[in-house]
Design a protein around this ligand. Structure first.
Ligand code: CTP
Length: 403
């Protein structure tokens, strides 16, 4: 992330919620990445973190009030709202988002949000019922319609004892979203000159001229990753199984049907700097009957299955192995140990592990963990678009040498 946020100024508005303490960690991480943070603490935010701790970590004065004559003399609030490259609200409470959506300017935070001409990223955290309430969802739709980026909160156990969406996303995910917002704003293309190979969707293995073996993969996650890598400047070759999705802008798509077609297309696409193997490759193929198999009133026809080649392992151990090989792992149990074992076995650098017992197929959201050589990170439940953006930003950070 160093290259994207380094030297950039971030106006950080800390709202009043139990998650406010994580804003301190965010300030530290942004500082480490070379960003300057101008902190603003709301009146309720100050009930959870002190101005002193925020100021000590940011190395900057904390502003708390619209009515501080000294602050206004040093830098007026209109000027402050434009002094940064990006405005981040973390945590963004239901109330703060509601007031921002209504265009209110009744404290320093909302006034800055109304007066700024810079992109705004909101990182929500609140009780699950508050998050799911139609009023909050309506406000989020309004904010997004106004061009504000609202991150998807994590799913999980909440401080109040309830369970569901509403937790503040993990700090690395917030840092990556900030990096992506900065990159989008400055048109920075950190992956320019890199070639990325992405596989997506299911494969389809025919049994006879009318029947096939396949799986529920929709291709949405792989397509989103191809799009996110292209947005960061990579030349992307997307090898797609049969899915009904539009080809993302700037992506070269190769449509395939079977696992063996996909393998051949991937090998032909080498050399690449990056491989992200998202496809749900059918593990077995059948011996194809040239004619439609008919019922003959006795036993059903036997299916003779052969294991398909492992495309990820083939790329992970290839003589022209890309510098960064990322696999996915679809698991229904023991997610982390199974995914970590796949990382080693298939010669991948990273594995994005998802629990497919959670109904991820076809859905727009995905709860993933990133497994690397040094450990695992829980990225929480996010939209597939957000997972793609975060992963692409991590890949860019890897090549810039900061991860
Ligand atoms: N994969 C692949 N070729 C295969 C099977 C899987 O390239 N023939 C890749 C997938 O694209 C994914 C990773 O391997 O990046 C893991 O896929 P997954 O379905 O989770 O695991 P499998 O290897 O099929 O193992 P199992 O079904 O036993 O869990």
């Amino acid at each position: 992330m160093r290259t994207t946020v380094q030297g950039k100024t971030i106006l950080l508005i800390v709202g009043g919620g139990i998650a406010a303490f994580k804003a301190l960690e965010l300030v530290r991480e942004l500082g480490r990445a070379g960003a300057k943070v101008l902190p603003v603490l709301t009146e309720n935010g100050a009930r959870f973190v002190t101005p002193l701790s925020l100021s000590a970590l940011a190395g900057e004065k904390v502003r708390t009030s619209l009515w501080d004559l000294e602050d206004e003399a040093a830098m007026g609030h209109i000027q402050l709202s434009r002094a940064a490259d990006l405005v981040v609200v973390c945590p963004a409470t239901a109330s703060l988002m509601a007031r921002a959506a209504a265009g209110m300017a009744d404290d320093l935070a909302t006034t800055l949000l109304l007066a700024t001409d810079k992109p705004v990223l909101m990182v929500p955290a609140m009780n699950v019922r508050m998050w799911l309430h139609p009023a909050t969802q309506r406000n989020i739709a309004t904010l997004r319609g106004d061009g504000i980026t609202v991150m998807q909160p994590d799913d999980g156990a909440m401080a109040c004892g309830e369970f569901g969406p509403g937790r503040l996303p993990e700090v690395p995910a917030i840092v990556a979203a900030i990096g992506a917002a900065i990159a989008a704003q400055f048109g920075s293309k950190p992956l320019l000159g890199r070639h990325a190979l992405v596989t997506a969707g299911p494969t389809l293995e025919p049994i006879d001229p009318v029947r096939f073996i396949s799986n529920h993969s929709s291709g949405k996650q792989g397509f989103a990753i191809a799009a996110a890598l292209a947005r960061l400047g990579a030349r992307v070759t997307l090898v797609a199984g049969p899915v009904h999705l539009a080809t993302p802008a700037g992506v070269t798509r190769i449509d395939v049907m079977t696992a063996r077609d996909m393998k051949d297309a991937c090998k032909a696409a080498l050399p690449a700097d990056i491989a992200v193997m998202v496809a749900a490759v059918a593990d077995w193929r059948a011996e194809v009957s040239p004619q439609k198999l008919k019922k003959d009133g006795s036993a059903p026809p036997p299916l003779s299955l052969t294991e398909n080649p492992d495309i990820l392992a083939g790329i992970g151990h290839h003589a022209q192995r890309p510098a960064l090989v990322v696999g996915f792992a679809a698991e229904t149990h023991d997610l982390i140990p199974h995914a970590a074992a796949k990382r080693l076995k298939k010669g991948a650098d990273w594995i994005v592990a998802n629990d497919v017992s959670e109904g991820v197929f076809g859905s727009d959201s995905n709860h993933v963990h990133l497994i690397t050589a040094t450990g695992s990170e829980d990225w929480g439940a996010q939209t597939k678009h957000a997972v793609a953006t975060t992963l692409a930003a991590r890949i860019a950070a890897h090549f810039s040498g900061s991860k």
